[in-house]
Write a protein that binds this ligand. Structure first.
Ligand code: NAD
Length: 467
């Protein structure tokens, strides 16, 4: 797992240049990745375009068998992949293993799906049938928080529906994606999957490329808007999975001691670098002090260390830019709120931040209004539920949210009033392969996972025949 190559047209090739990959727990350069230039990007798109006719004509079950083989090969090396994932991303090794297991499960799920014809009408005078056809070359662009699973939930539905792919990981976490490229090189026909790496400089050339038919993008809302502009010229199909500022509303019938560990985990998983993490917590007056105390205790007890060390609960932030950003949120929290626990970075090498609980902070502060993408949780007091719902919805984001309560009917009713693509009740981040998720408002458009996620990679086509 120490040599890395791009995958272009079925060949593993060096990049036109290289880029250093940093282990966020040590700040040391631990690997060198190949970096593509514009010519290699063009070659990758050309290879995907050339591979498309044969791949899209391959029977779907044959494509599915190849996807299952990719899953088998990933599974055979999942320990190596998990270690590499921890090294490049920072998450604790058991969590990296969890990401690999989820990745493989997603691949296996899509390997079994179909694009059935749907007969809409069939009578004496007409037959109307809906087909779903492949689109062509798909650009799959991923961020650095979950490099493997976010790649596969694009790549697997794209491939099973007969498209070919050019994938581009984030520059700070390219390695597991490149290693996956080696498996693709062995298993798939040349050009069906191509992998290039950039230094945040090839994204718009890829999304604007005239030979790319569809862009599936996961990343920040700011970049998502640029992607949307760049695809307008050719009206490419577009799926955007963007940022979030998810609220959790805790109803007043819960036991704070019982719920606090779940809330804490949902806010600090992957050091808070989860699009669907709890990023604002609304707690009823009557339980506010107790909940802050419980969360503070959990934050103080959490083991923050190198993800490779056994017993680590939370690793570092993934990169220096994010570390600096979160430092800004910590400063905002110290100035405008009361720190219950944490409040600073760790005094050591690596991008480590103390899990931080902040109370008595205003709704108009940066920590409450923006996406912190780090383990710094504002706990906000409310006195009636309608007010909490209105405050939860007072954001341009609309990715997810959670409601916590013993009375399920009441919790379900509150969930119905949150303006977001997904709301969990008494659980969090339950991503099932056959359950689609989608962002509302400025958190995105289109769906991933499930049949809806599959259809994003197809063109619906109606054949309407007179009899
Ligand atoms: P980012 O937008 O900076 O980068 C994402 C990807 O886009 C990277 O591969 C990057 O190289 C590429 N990119 C950069 N400029 C581009 C351009 N002009 N055109 C095309 N691609 C370009 O995001 P990030 O900082 O890597 O990731 C964190 C963000 O991702 C957070 O906002 C998080 O909420 C969001 N996210 C969303 C989901 C979801 O499913 N909704 C999942 C994970 C992360």
């Amino acid at each position: 797992m120490s040599e890395f190559k791009l995958l272009i047209g079925g060949k593993l090739v060096p990049g036109a240049a290289t880029l250093n990959v940093i282990n966020p727990a040590t700040e040391d350069v631990f690997a060198t990745a190949p970096r593509a230039d514009h010519a290699q990007l063009d070659q990758a798109v050309a290879a995907a375009k050339a591979a498309f006719p044969a791949w899209s004509a391959t029977p779907i079950r044959q494509r599915g068998a190849l996807l299952a083989k990719l899953a088998d090969e990933l599974e055979a090396r999942q320990n190596d992949f998990a270690r590499l994932l921890t090294e490049e991303q920072g998450k604790p090794l058991p969590h990296a293993m969890g990401e690999m297991i989820g990745t493989i499960a997603m691949m296996r799920y899509f390997a079994t799906l179909d694009m059935p014809l749907k007969v809409l009408k069939d009578d004496a005078t007409q037959k109307v049938v809906q087909h779903h056809t492949s689109l062509g070359v798909v650009a799959a662009i991923t961020p650095w928080n979950y490099p493997m699973i976010l790649l596969i939930i694009k790549l697997a539905p794209a491939l099973i529906t007969g498209n070919t792919v050019v994938a581009k990981p984030a520059p700070t976490t390219p390695l597991t994606t490149l290693k996956f490229g080696e498996i693709c090189a062995r298993v798939l026909p040349a050009g069906v999957v191509n992998i290039i790496v950039d230094q945040n400089d090839l994204g718009s050339a890829l999304t604007g490329h005239p030979d790319v038919a569809k862009v599936s993008f996961t990343g920040s809302t700011v970049t998502g808007k640029k992607v949307m502009e760049s695809v307008a010229g050719t009206l490419k199909r577009l799926t955007l999975e963007l940022g979030g500022n998810d609220a959790a509303i805790v109803l007043d019938d819960v036991d704070p001691k019982e719920v606090a560990p779940k809330l804490f985990a949902a806010a600090t998983l992957n050091a808070g670098q989860v699009c669907l993490a709890i990023k604002r917590l609304y707690v009823h007056d009557s339980q506010y002090d107790e909940m802050c105390e419980e969360l503070g205790r959990l934050a103080r007890e959490a083991v923050v260390d190198d993800g490779m060390k056994q017993g680590t609960q939370m690793g570092p932030l993934q990169n220096k830019a994010q570390f600096e950003k979160v430092k800004g949120f910590l400063a905002d929290a110290r100035k405008n709120g009361k720190i219950v626990a944490g409040g600073d970075v760790l005094d050591r090498k690596g991008y480590f931040v103390q899990p931080t609980i902040v109370r008595d902070i205003g709704d108009d502060t940066r920590l409450v209004r923006e996406e912190q993408f780090g383990p710094v949780l504002p706990v906000l007091r409310y006195s009636n539920v309608d007010e909490a719902i209105a405050r939860a919805n007072d954001t341009d984001y609309g990715l997810g949210g959670t409601v916590w309560g013993k009375d399920l009917d009441r919790a379900y009713a509150v969930a119905g009033k949150i303006d977001s693509g997904v709301v969990w009740v008494n659980k969090h981040l339950d991503m099932q392969p056959d359950v689609p998720f989608t962002g509302a408002k400025q958190s995105g458009m289109g769906a991933e996972l499930g049949q809806a996620g599959l259809e994003e990679f197809t063109q619906a086509k109606i054949i309407n025949m007179a009899k």
